[in-house]
Design a protein around this ligand. Structure first.
Ligand code: PEP
Length: 251
């Protein structure tokens, strides 16, 4: 059985007081639901307080980025062992905002992915095309390149300890969601591309959809056979929305 997941990506939002309220409501709203299905990826400074609030709950936590280096003169960076110090389960790598705004190319993303795995963290590898690339009909080529950069370096077997998030760039934070059919089509492509390298790995691979998932569209997306849950940006900042999306996964 493939693992199903809903993971919130808070991006650069939050403050101590608001986070506490948000997490208290999320924990209360998810009470009684299964463990290991829900998580939030939060800004670094909040990891200690998030750890404190979420330990002994059914909500895990993680970070939104990590250095590919273990330690050293990398001012402003955060290492995998630092994330381990705060009990992180997940770390997002290759989010399109990091690729577009911070020059993270496929090689750097692959190095971050491997650094995360070496430390026992589960990388959430984001892949996805821009609107221009979709219009040029090179979506599959772009995603194949993003996937193969990781598989070539880390091996297909590494995906048994990773999660992939398909996030069409044109759908992130725009309110434009891919239709369930559009998302399913790319998820099938991802699964079959991985399947060419390792069939069993592909069958068990958790592939999340991300891009303007909301309480009112989560159920139809999660009902698609190859969509195993979601990576949620904006809607993870409102407890009622996030809880409704998590419930859509469980139903
Ligand atoms: C994201 O940041 O990964 C994301 C999917 O954002 P949103 O849900 O706001 O589109």
């Amino acid at each position: 059985m493939r693992k199903r997941l809903v993971i919130g990506n808070w991006k650069m939002h939050g403050c101590l007081v608001e986070n506490e309220k948000l997490l208290d409501s999320i924990v209360a709203g998810l009470d009684g639901l299964p463990a290991n299905q829900f998580a939030v990826c939060v800004p670094y400074p909040y990891l200690p307080s998030v750890q404190n609030t979420l330990k002994n709950t059914n909500v895990s936590w993680g970070a939104q980025n990590v250095s590919q280096y273990e330690k050293g003169a990398y001012t402003g960076e955060v290492s995998v062992s630092m994330l381990n110090d705060f009990g992180c389960t997940y770390v997002i790598v290759g989010h399109s905002e990091r690729r577009a705004l911070y020059g993270e190319d496929n090689d750097i993303v692959a190095e971050k992915y491997m650094a995360a795995q070496r430390a026992g963290l589960i990388p959430i590898l984001c892949v996805g095309e821009t609107l221009e690339q979709r219009d040029e009909e090179i979506t599959e080529q772009i995603i194949q390149e993003q996937l193969m950069a990781v598989i070539n370096k880390a091996g297909v077997g590494s995906l048994s300890k990773a999660v992939i998030a398909y996030e069409p760039v044109w759908a992130i934070g725009t309110g434009k969601t891919a239709t369930p059919e559009q998302a399913q089509e790319v998820h099938v492509f991802i699964r079959s591309s991985v399947g060419m390298q390792g069939n069993n790995i592909a069958k068990e691979l958790t592939i999340l959809y991300g891009g303007s998932v909301k309480a009112n569209n989560a159920s139809e997306l999660f009902a698609m056979p190859d969509i195993d849950g979601g990576l949620i940006g904006g809607a993870s900042l409102a407890a009622s929305d996030f809880v409704a999306i998590c419930n859509a996964l469980s139903n």
